[in-house]
Write a protein that binds this ligand. Structure first.
Ligand SMILES: Nc1ncnc2c1ncn2[C@@H]1O[C@H](COP(=O)(O)OP(=O)(O)OP(=O)(O)O)[C@@H](O)[C@H]1O
Length: 432
């Protein structure tokens, strides 16, 4: 490890990640650990320069009030006791809270004498070394979705171990327009990765035929994905490692000793027990913005690194009810038009997520002086900080009119365009 590190010890705060991020924003690497960390464990961590004991409302565990042990207090490292109360609201640490920032800055640099050497160049160099040490001359398998996390893992592993990596990209027929092609172009053609491209469209769509229940659809897609991936894995010889795009929030949200679990951390979970892989998770200490910075530093295209979030079941949950091929095509084509026009209008990166939905009912319209009976396309655009709540931004009317005109002209089977004005709550971001 080339970087100095500060440890954020969770003493019951709800703001551990904010504090860890604030330290990283100063250019110093930080990690969060549990309140019962021992001096011996800390001694094994590389380059720890100081400890932030981060207190807060969750300071009672199993009926006992927790406190920093004498062992840690006397371990020879500077300790800063921090208690950043948040009154129960969730928002990023306010930048204007200069006193707190200043205290932290002074602790990090004046007291701990930490070097501001946390940057992507050092991170990548460190990870390459660690990956090579972990993997040796063995082979690694990666499920590559084309999403930000697995793409950055692929690029990093390619740099570290090159041809020892095999990537599997599954086209389940529910990807956005141009996505599988981009994965093949970037990884196979440009980065010369061993890429197995599986076109499983027919298999997924026939499994989904007539299934209207959203939960059932998600389950079928998830289970079928594991099956396809497993089949490919069994065809390969001598693979001992499975790489995953686990990132820091996945780990933090899996729960600390003082906070309840937000969501379980899975990724390519659900693989059969007899496929025993050791995990390689080189991004597990990065926040999302750092993963993107890492992707840029590794030379991945901006459209991949800054891609908006996309649900695992893909367009399947935007083609409402039982998926049909023609309606799925209408979702894919209208989504492509929406993304193109948002990019032209300079909205890319300004609106957090935007996509289209095609419901499973028709309405009466008129086309070429004759009655038509076609589907509507619903446009959804939202802004959010944490995906727990979301707001609908005010969009330029002319942009919406252009999108509407193009969808009505170019997308088969559509005679109406609607705009979803609902914030979350009460609506969710996706419709299914
Ligand atoms: N179509 C696919 N082909 C190959 N692997 C996939 C595919 N879809 C998902 N995966 C694998 O499953 C993991 C979890 O999928 P999920 O849709 O939850 O994405 P994610 O956690 O946002 O990560 P990413 O940004 O890498 O897509 C991905 O990181 C990837 O390894």
């Amino acid at each position: 490890m080339r970087q100095d590190m500060l440890l954020v010890v969770d003493m019951g705060s709800t703001r551990n990640t904010d504090v860890a991020r604030a330290i990283r924003a100063l250019g110093v690497y930080s990690e969060i650990c549990n309140y019962d960390v021992t001096a011996e464990e800390i001694a094994k961590m590389p380059n720890v320069k100081g400890i932030v004991a981060n207190g807060g409302p969750n300071d009672v565990v199993d009926g006992q009030k927790i406190g920093l042990s004498d062992e840690i207090k006397n371990c020879g490292l500077p300790v800063f006791t921090f208690d950043y109360e948040d009154n129960g609201t969730v928002h990023p640490m306010p930048k204007e809270d200069e006193a707190i920032q200043e205290d932290l800055r002074s602790f990090v640099f004046d007291t701990c004498k930490a070097q501001a050497n946390w940057n992507m160049e050092n991170f990548i160099a460190d990870q390459i070394e660690l990956i090579r040490k972990q993997v040796g001359d063995k082979k690694v398998l990666l499920a590559l979705s084309g999403g930000v996390d697995s793409s950055v893992v692929a690029a990093l592993l390619l740099k570290a171990i090159g041809s020892q990596l095999t990537c599997v990209h599954v086209n389940h027929g529910l990807l956005r327009k141009g996505e599988p092609e981009q994965v093949v172009r970037v990884f196979k053609d440009e980065l010369s990765a061993n890429l197995i491209y599986v076109d499983a469209t027919e298999r997924f769509l026939s499994k989904l035929e007539g299934v209207a229940d959203p939960e059932q659809k998600r389950k079928i897609i998830g289970a079928e994905f594991i099956r396809v991936f497993e089949e490919e894995a069994r065809k390969l010889d001598g693979i001992e490692f499975l790489a995953q795009g686990t990132i820091y929030p996945d780990i933090v949200e899996s729960g600390t000793k003082t906070a309840k679990m937000v969501k379980s951390h899975h990724n390519v979970g659900g693989l059969p027990e007899d496929l025993q892989f050791e995990l390689v998770e080189p991004l597990k200490m990065l926040f999302k913005d750092e993963v993107r910075a890492c992707g840029v530093a590794l030379g991945l295209p901006a459209s991949m690194v800054y891609r908006q979030p996309f649900p695992g079941p893909g367009l399947g949950v935007r083609c409402l009810g039982a998926i049909t091929r023609d309606r799925l095509e209408a979702v894919r084509e209208s989504d492509a038009i929406l993304r193109e026009e948002f990019a032209k209008a300079g909205l890319e990166g300004k609106v957090w997520q935007y996509f289209t939905i095609v419901p499973d009912f028709k309405s009466v319209g008129v086309r070429d002086n004759a009655r038509c009976f076609d589907w509507p396309v619903i446009i959804r655009a939202v802004n959010t900080i944490d995906a727990m709540t979301a707001q609908v931004p005010q969009l330029d009317w002319a942009v919406l009119q252009t999108i509407t005109a193009r969808i009505l002209q170019e997308v088969k089977g559509v005679n109406r365009v609607c705009f979803d004005l609902s914030p979350k709550p009460t609506a969710t971001i996706e419709w299914e």
